[in-house]
Write a protein that binds this ligand. Structure first.
Ligand SMILES: [Cu+2]
Length: 187
């Protein structure tokens, strides 16, 4: 083998080693800082009473209503008005700590629609009967007639992704059931 050929082989080996090292580093990066964090929306809507008032298929029967794991539409309003909103309507986890660049994946595992809306400060949603002594926050005003609210809606069984969150603290709530709240801390 002449000198040029030996040199080419050496460069080729180094390039291969470099590529392998880059891949290894990329893998370890994924192991230590997941790029997707999941949030789940839950509820226990009772299909019979919700759909009688809000239309067929508004609430899917995912809460095993027949076995008692469901809240009727009127009870949901009664509980909210009493200041003890139904804990079955919930985002989990309540606090999410992520690194900058992480995508938030929000999945509606409940039976009815929700919103995942970033707000300056937590407060009421756009359905006064579900707000306990709190005014509607500006970010929820107008409800689904406003694109800025409608675009944060998550339909039953679907997912929305939130990207590009800046470093610091962020607040997200449901504009329908305003006690569904999540704090996101971006480092
Ligand atoms: Cu909701």
């Amino acid at each position: 083998m002449n000198t040029v050929a030996k040199f080419s082989l050496l460069v080729g080996c180094l390039m291969f080693a470099g590529a392998t090292l880059a891949l290894a580093q990329d893998d370890s990066h994924h192991d230590h800082s997941p790029r997707v964090a999941q949030v789940v929306a839950l509820d226990e809507c009772d299909p019979t009473t919700f759909n009688a008032a809000l239309g067929p298929d508004f609430c899917k029967n995912v809460a095993l209503a027949a076995l008692g794991y469901a809240t009727t539409l009127s009870n949901l309003f009664t509980e909210a008005a009493a200041g003890t909103p139904d804990p079955g309507w919930d985002f989990e986890p309540d606090t999410v700590k992520i690194e900058e660049g992480t995508t938030l994946s929000v999945v509606d595992q409940g039976g009815e629609p929700h919103t995942f809306t970033e707000v300056e400060e937590f407060g009421g949603g756009f359905i006064p009967g579900l707000n306990f002594k709190e005014a509607t926050v500006p970010e929820c005003e107008g409800g689904f007639s406003k694109v800025k609210v409608a675009r944060t809606r998550i339909l039953q069984g679907s997912e929305i992704q939130v990207t590009g969150l800046s470093k610091g603290k962020h607040h997200f709530q449901c504009c329908i059931h305003p006690w569904m709240r999540v704090n996101v801390e971006v480092k």
